[in-house]
Design a protein around this ligand. Structure first.
Ligand SMILES: [Zn+2]
Length: 213
């Protein structure tokens, strides 16, 4: 019924999770109704988002070009807390709680040997070899402790990743100065990080439990 290019656009818009055939067709038709000026702005914004946004070299969250992200450049945050997450979008979920004031470390993957994902496929190495050794080496000589807050979706990969992190802490030489906590309490067992609301996130952070190693 629709001209092929509109149908084609509608099909491509379904690449986005959560966009079904009706929404994608509506969006495709909406594109037809945009003024030339607005259409031009949309095309530029799409290209810019892809070309100008990269990942923070320190924590792995989204950042402009290859610079440090807005969180890492904010010096008012608490350097004694690092929240470990799987994906950059999990940072956005955590920030939604509006009470966390520490920093982040994006692992990119959780360790899952059954899926052939091992420690070297994650950024755990950089966390210990660069960030934590840097922290303990220079700035934290006053005997302060660092809290690693684990924000992982429950499952085998979360357990495997936690076990590996415990092992690295034990080997690190500063085990007595690192505490691990996790946010599982208050979160539904199979939560979807993308849909957690502010109250749930805030409660999950406040009720976090220590993980012993
Ligand atoms: Zn960063």
């Amino acid at each position: 019924m629709l001209p092929t290019p509109i149908q084609d656009l509608s099909d491509k818009l379904r690449y986005f999770p959560g966009i079904g055939s009706r929404s994608s067709q509506k969006l495709a038709l909406d594109v037809m109704h945009l003024s030339d000026e607005k259409f031009g702005e949309l095309v530029v914004a799409l290209a810019d988002a892809r070309e100008k946004v990269g990942f923070c070299p320190k924590c792995g969250f989204f950042s402009e070009t290859e610079n440090l992200c807005a969180i890492c450049t904010n010096t008012t945050r608490n350097i004694m807390q690092i929240c470990l997450v799987e994906k950059p979008t999990d940072v956005i979920t955590m920030e939604r709680g509006q009470i966390y004031r520490g920093y982040y470390h994006v692992l990119n993957h959780l360790i899952s040997p059954l899926d052939n994902i091992f420690a070297e496929n994650t950024t755990v190495g950089r966390l210990f070899d660069v960030r934590l050794s840097g922290l303990f080496g220079e700035g934290l000589k006053g005997g302060k402790n660092v809290e690693l807050i684990l924000f992982f979706k429950a499952g085998f990969a979360s357990e495997a990743t936690t076990a590996y992190i415990k092992e690295r802490i034990t080997e690190s030489g500063f085990a007595d100065r690192i505490k691990i906590t996790r946010l599982a309490t208050g979160l539904p067992l199979y939560y979807n990080p993308d849909t957690l609301d502010q109250a749930t996130m805030a409660r999950a952070l406040e009720d976090r439990r220590e993980v012993l190693y």
